[in-house]
Design a protein around this ligand. Structure first.
Ligand code: ZN
Ligand code: ZN
Length: 306
């Protein structure tokens, strides 16, 4: 009897550890969707922003509107349990491209963490133009920055600063937690759009940014643990007028095209974000992807953790 109980305990422990191996809790690397939206101002979806959390550090990819408050929502200061998303800890960010839906949170990301106590510059990685964007924001807020620095407020003189780094293809960042590779992607006639691959001790994560079907994304995503990819609905697309269809076909990726790409790249998990529905439901869009893809798939929502 004792042996039987022991075996049962061992069996249950094995099942539990197996389950844990697939859950975010057991992994030192977490993917936190801070914003899954598009240019459309859907109230439940902040602008595109993903946090890759490794040990005690967070690395942001894109900073659409709402990014800082979504991070705060996950932080211990506001009832969450991810200390790396304490707002004053946000100090490394990567931008896929300068389109406003992905970058309109930059002034917030520069200033709010500083006001909350960040005492080092924001390390900002983005396509050509990122340094100008940061510089112009700092100019626009000069009165605010001066008032906080020179007035009665005890503000530090580092946290408002930005170190802007212009992206090229290849490894763009490396530290003890993570290696980050940037790769150019096709996004219509937009000149500088990038995707990213994060490699940590335990996971490989690829983020597409905005992209038409692109073999480079497929190449980087092959064998990745997680592929986070934008998508639009095929059936919704059919209801668009031809002018818009031409735009979307050359700038973005349909659900059926994404299914084809994922079926070849075979990521451990495919996460849909930056979704254009045009009247289709989440279930319909999942079905449209599944027509060509039978692997694991998740429809991303703000604050989901993988
Ligand atoms: Zn976009
Ligand atoms: Zn875009």
């Amino acid at each position: 009897m004792y042996i039987r109980v022991s075996l049962l305990v061992i069996l249950l422990a094995a099942i539990a550890s197996d389950a844990l191996a697939d859950s975010p809790e057991s992994s030192t690397t977490k993917v936190v969707l801070l914003g899954t939206g598009t240019p459309n101002p859907e109230p439940d979806r902040s602008g595109p922003a993903v946090a890759i959390v490794v040990n005690d550090a967070a690395y942001l990819v894109d900073f659409g509107p709402g990014v800082v408050r979504r991070a705060a929502e996950m932080s211990p200061a506001y009832g969450g349990d991810i200390a790396a998303l304490d707002v004053d800890q946000l100090n490394v960010a990567f931008l896929t491209h300068l389109h406003s839906d992905h970058s309109a949170g930059l002034s917030d990301l520069i200033l709010t963490p500083w006001v909350a106590g960040r005492d080092k510059p924001l390390e900002l990685y983005g396509p050509e133009g990122i340094a100008d964007m940061a510089e112009h924001i700092l100019k626009a807020y000069d009165a605010d920055i001066r008032y906080r620095l020179d007035g009665l407020e005890p503000a530090n003189d580092q946290g408002w600063r930005v170190n802007a780094h212009t992206l090229e293809d290849g490894v763009v960042y490396e530290d003890d937690n993570v290696k980050v590779e940037a790769f150019r992607v096709r996004h219509g006639t937009w000149e500088n759009a990038f995707g990213f691959r994060f490699t940590t001790d335990d996971r490989v994560i690829v983020i597409s940014g905005d992209v038409a079907p692109d073999p480079t994304v497929e190449e980087y995503a092959t064998g990745a643990d997680v592929l986070i990819h934008e998508v639009y609905s095929d059936s919704g697309f059919a209801r668009r007028d031809p002018f818009w269809q031409e735009y979307h076909r050359t700038n973005h990726t349909s659900a059926s095209e994404l299914g084809e790409l994922a079926s070849r790249a075979k990521p451990g998990l495919l996460v849909l974000y930056h979704v254009l529905y045009w009247g289709s439901s989440e279930e319909t869009i999942l079905e449209e992807v599944r027509e060509n893809y039978s692997g694991e798939i998740a429809f991303g929502h703000d604050l989901d953790v993988y």
